[in-house]
Design a protein. Structure first.
Length: 138
């Protein structure tokens, strides 16, 4: 393996790791980790409840909200703490990149003087064209 090949493979590995880290950060930013934990909790609850009852009843007990497991409590507490921190940090943020313009360019109004013309029949002096005669085909 040459030096160029090793650098090329290292660059591709770093690019792949950076892409994975970016995707993970975006997933955490939109709250996908809570969705994944809640899905895991529901799955384990369905499996546990289906051991003691029919599957339909296990799904009903899982999703009715009256029988939460310990992981459901953790997920709810985490979601509520994020909501509280979002409400507390409601200070206005200054966006330095997309600042709206304060000045606007308004074009001055310029009136246009149109030439007044008289298009009446007397002024033109010509009669309208007569349509050609029609052939009677009968």
């Amino acid at each position: 393996m040459t030096y160029r090949q090793s650098v090329s493979s290292l660059v591709s590995v770093v690019r792949c790791i950076a892409r994975a880290v970016t995707i993970f950060a975006l997933c955490c930013a939109i709250g996908l980790h809570w969705f994944a934990l809640q899905s895991l909790a529901w799955t384990t609850m369905i499996i546990d409840y289906s051991k003691r009852a029919p599957l339909c009843q296990a799904i009903t007990q899982t999703l009715d909200g009256a029988h939460p497991c310990s992981l459901c409590h953790v997920v709810n507490a985490g979601k509520n703490s994020e909501k509280k921190s979002d409400l507390q940090s409601s200070a206005p943020k200054i966006d330095m990149i997309c600042v709206s313009r304060t000045s606007s360019f308004v074009r001055p109004f310029v009136s246009v003087e149109y030439v007044a013309r008289d298009f009446s029949f007397d002024v033109i002096g010509r009669s309208p064209p007569v349509p050609p005669p029609r052939l009677l085909l009968s």
